[in-house]
Write a new protein. Structure first.
Length: 197
């Protein structure tokens, strides 16, 4: 098990959070109000429901195609692609989730932890659920020897940006997401690499 690299080696794009009297060492592994646990196969229906809630919140509900079978295969199939944490607020009550996977930094020469999605149901917001999920993910990143823990945030979601910055994260202004999907992906894959533009 590795110690947290961020504690002794600054990671580009992140700054150390200012210490206040309310912070403790080390940070708690869970919020008392929420039980943060890795996803199990029986939780896949909860995850799909939360993913749909996230998509509606982000005004992207029309883009959701993920099925329970897709997600089950991605999490528990022969070659798992992602992992997930769920925040439980009582027996059978799922308050939120985080879905993540490892990427790799060629500059750092280390893998990183990439948070694909985090979502907390509206009725549980402001109670520490999102913070508890992020703290657990930061612990995982440190335990696994990751050089970074990063994610994206929508430009209009200023509340989320301020929240992330309050935890010590930096919103990087100079980077943009580049994406190829659907028919554009098929066209790119079919291009002749030796053809002139």
């Amino acid at each position: 098990m590795h110690g947290c690299i961020a504690a002794t080696h600054p990671i580009p794009g992140f700054r150390e959070a200012k210490r206040t009297d309310t912070m403790t060492d080390p940070p708690p592994r869970h919020c008392p109000a929420f039980d943060i646990r890795p996803a199990e196969p029986a939780a896949v229906p909860h995850l799909v429901e939360l993913i749909r809630g996230l998509a509606e919140y982000e005004r992207l509900g029309h883009l959701v195609q993920c099925t329970q079978a897709d997600l089950h295969d991605a999490l528990f199939g022969p070659r798992p692609a992602v992992e997930a944490l769920l925040a439980w607020a009582g027996a059978g009550v799922c308050a939120g989730f985080a879905l993540y996977f490892h990427n790799y930094s060629t500059f750092l020469g280390r893998r990183g932890l990439y948070l694909e999605d985090i979502y907390v149901r509206p009725e549980f917001r402001g109670r520490g659920c999102g913070k508890a999920l992020l703290i657990r993910l930061a612990h995982l990143a440190c335990e696994r020897g990751c050089g970074r823990f990063e994610w994206s945030v929508l430009d209009w979601n200023r509340d989320a940006q301020r929240f992330y910055e309050s935890l010590g994260a930096s919103v990087l202004p100079d980077w943009r997401i580049v994406r190829v999907t659907g028919e554009a992906l098929a066209r790119l894959a079919a291009l002749d690499p030796e053809a002139k533009p």
